[in-house]
Design a protein around this ligand. Structure first.
Ligand SMILES: *[C@@H]1O[C@H](CO)[C@@H](O)[C@H](O)[C@H]1NC(C)=O
Ligand SMILES: *[C@@H]1O[C@H](CO)[C@@H](O)[C@H](O)[C@H]1NC(C)=O
Ligand SMILES: *[C@@H]1O[C@H](CO)[C@@H](O)[C@H](O)[C@H]1NC(C)=O
Ligand SMILES: *[C@@H]1O[C@H](CO)[C@@H](O)[C@H](O)[C@H]1NC(C)=O
Length: 376
């Protein structure tokens, strides 16, 4: 029997939903049926790309989406603090969920209350069915990082890793005025920074075990802090630095892995009007090779979620090992690294270990999320 494209819904009509999700989904509209969008804000844009989409709102609209058994997957794109509660509600209703990578309200690092994450996880683990709970972190799907990672063996033993981010979060940016990003400490650092940490972790292929950071607040138009300078210790013994300025007049977004035999560099840029990343490999003989990869992470991630959702639905118990780049655990690790840097900054650069964080995560059996366990 030919497989039917999955029917899905979108919850949330914020800037990211309107500017990114809906247009990217429209490009792959043969792979799914967009049945419903929840909240009024996106009706116009959604109707433009998907004339048959139903627009729902309020408690009634949400219940209708949950009760509609033909809708199997939902993308949750709400303000950070509301994400987890909404995801849990949909998961409980049996929907596969792709949650945008905003859950910074959770304070998941071990030194602060893990309890929110723990509560969310034990709630998820208590459900009779365990639908896919995926975290959208599109950088793990950007071809530049996928390909850059494959080059790692060419540079030999890693001597140093550095990430230099000079962002451009100024008043011209549509996210600048976003209120939820301003309602907790480090809002922009976290919201923007998780992607850069994801890129770093993807590129080096090993975990960050401790950090020591200085933070500061210089630009009064941004919430504090707007500037982080951190050293990072990798689990395999290498070290490096992570520098992030939220708003700079001369933006630069760059990762470098320096090895004994060469260096890999990934840098954001623009070639022939296309935005993307240039990956460069500097070899020992003074030569270099370079490749340009236009952005396609959001699209590739949506395709993966749709494919995994279809496969999971064909299983009687819905259990399916969601692709690890979408797993909750990976997303949680990105956030934890930044939260550790912010905490270190609050303590004037004291070293903050991430190892305990991992122990805590396994204690709340997050690993079972990476490979969703069947219900009994
Ligand atoms: C970890 O570091 C060692 C020594 O620098 C290196 O040889 C190895 O390839 C690294 N492993 C990963 C996964 O990066
Ligand atoms: C904001 O940043 C962008 C990108 O660097 C730049 O083009 C624009 O001029 C900046 N706007 C202001 C008001 O500084
Ligand atoms: C970042 O913080 C450092 C230390 O407080 C400060 O000297 C520097 O001016 C800040 N840089 C920017 C670009 O805000
Ligand atoms: C890469 O190599 C070419 C010569 O093959 C050289 O012209 C160019 O400057 C190099 N690029 C960088 C960034 O070093």
């Amino acid at each position: 029997m030919a497989q039917q494209p999955p029917h899905i819904a979108i919850i949330g009509a914020g800037i990211f939903s309107r500017n990114t999700y809906i247009p990217r989904l429209a490009e792959i509209s043969d792979l799914f049926v967009l049945r419903a969008i929840w909240t009024r804000g996106a009706v116009e844009i959604a109707k433009k790309f998907f004339p048959n989409v139903e627009c729902k709102w309020g408690e009634t609209g949400l219940s209708e989406i949950i009760d509609d058994v033909s809708i199997i997957g939902v993308a949750v794109v709400l303000a950070g603090q509301a994400q987890v509660e909404m995801s849990l509600r949909l998961l409980k209703g049996g929907k596969h969920v792709l949650q945008e990578n905003y859950y910074q309200g959770l304070n998941i690092v071990a030194y602060s209350a893990v309890s929110e994450l723990e509560t969310a996880m034990s709630c998820y683990n208590s459900f009779n069915v365990a639908p896919i709970w995926a975290i959208a972190e599109n950088y793990r799907f950007e071809p530049a990082f996928v390909e850059g990672r494959k080059l790692l063996s060419e540079v030999g033993d890693i001597i140093n890793v550095h990430t230099i981010i000079e962002g451009s979060m100024n008043i011209s940016n549509p996210y600048f005025s976003s209120s939820w990003r301003r309602s907790f400490e480090g809002g922009f650092i976290l919201d923007m920074g998780v992607h850069f940490i994801a890129g770093l972790r993807m590129l080096v292929g090993c975990e960050i075990t401790s950090v020591s950071a200085l933070t500061s607040h210089v630009d009064g138009t941004l919430p504090p802090p707007d500037n982080i300078s951190s050293t990072i210790q990798l689990e395999n013994g290498s070290s490096g630095v992570f520098v992030m300025v939220v708003s700079s007049k001369s933006p630069k977004v760059l990762w470098r892995v320096v090895g004994l035999k060469g260096t890999i560099q990934v840098e954001r840029g623009n070639i022939d009007g296309k935005h993307g990343y240039t990956v460069m490999l500097f070899t020992g003989d003074g030569g270099n090779k370079s490749w340009f990869y236009p952005f396609s992470g959001v699209t590739d991630e949506l395709k993966t979620f749709l494919a995994d959702t279809s496969l999971a639905t064909m299983k009687k118990d819905q259990s399916f090992p969601v692709e690890h780049r979408l797993s909750f655990l990976e997303g949680a690790r990105d956030v934890a690294v930044l939260e550790a840097m912010l905490e270190s900054g609050r303590r004037q650069g004291a070293t903050v270990q991430l190892a305990r964080y991992r122990a805590n995560l396994s204690a709340v059996s997050l690993d079972t999320v990476a490979y969703v366990t069947p219900y009994s």
